[in-house]
Design a protein around this ligand. Structure first.
Ligand SMILES: CC(C)(COP(=O)(O)OP(=O)(O)OC[C@H]1O[C@@H](n2cnc3c(N)ncnc32)[C@H](O)[C@@H]1OP(=O)(O)O)[C@@H](O)C(=O)NCCC(=O)NCCS
Length: 198
């Protein structure tokens, strides 16, 4: 089995976005039916202040604009993360000039149960499999150990610290930067399939 075959099978297309299934989660294109839940979950400073682009406050108008824009933007790969059909967060890849950037957030009631790691791993598999990216990058505020840990559990390696603008605080903050190369991802995936015999 090649690493790319290990991606949870895409089963349905909407706006070019496949449906990815993991053990507990479904990742699919955000849709109009997500607006109310998206607005309720994202309207939280703990989320906005740890992501680059989420405005605060975040209401129904912002949720509608977000869904419309991510489904229209060329090259954007944005998944609604759903548990039992209900949206619990967002995870995706932003096509930046300096390389594709993985971003994610979950509603606070869903923190601490491994859901972010599960969702990010599915997006990584899709990025290296279906999308054929050579590398991925991501970042976490230096004050955000949970996000750093998610990236480490997904195989990302720290590359340094950079100042980035965070919309919700209208200011820049230091961000730990991470990178995951295709070769390392393939190695980690194949290592998991090796059985020790003694
Ligand atoms: C970061 C975020 C996505 C994590 O979601 P989650 O579902 O709780 O993450 P997981 O459960 O998969 O993994 C979290 C890991 O961080 C660890 N962690 C949590 N809080 C921690 C802390 N204060 N210090 C150190 N480690 C911590 C957890 O123990 C877990 O690691 P483990 O599995 O080794 O025990 C969520 O907190 C969030 O949405 N935050 C706001 C937005 C954000 O930060 N987005 C990421 C930036 S793009």
């Amino acid at each position: 089995m090649t690493p790319s075959e290990d991606v949870s099978a895409p089963t349905r297309q909407r706006c070019g976005i496949p449906v990815l299934k993991t053990e507990r989660l479904t990742l699919r294109a955000p849709c109009d039916g997500d607006v109310a839940t998206l607005a309720a979950l994202a309207n939280d400073r703990r989320i906005a202040e740890n992501t680059l682009r989420i405005p605060q406050p975040f209401g129904v108008a912002e949720a509608e604009h977000f869904i419309d824009s991510v489904n229209r933007r060329d090259g954007e790969t944005c998944f609604a993360v759903a548990l039992d059909d209900a949206l619990i967060g967002v995870c995706g890849i932003d096509p930046r000039e300096d390389g594709p950037e993985v971003g994610y957030w979950l509603g606070v009631p869903y923190w601490g149960q491994g859901y972010a790691t599960e969702a990010v791993r599915a997006v990584i598999d899709d990025a290296f499999g279906r999308l054929d990216h050579a590398m991925l990058q991501s970042g976490a505020r230096v004050s955000n150990p949970a996000s750093r840990r998610v990236l480490e559990k997904c195989g990302f390696q720290w590359t340094g610290v950079r100042l980035c603008r965070i919309r919700a605080i209208n200011s820049a903050a230091p961000i730990d930067r991470f990178r995951l190369d295709r070769g390392l991802w393939a190695s980690l995936k194949s290592w998991g399939q090796v059985k020790r015999v003694a």
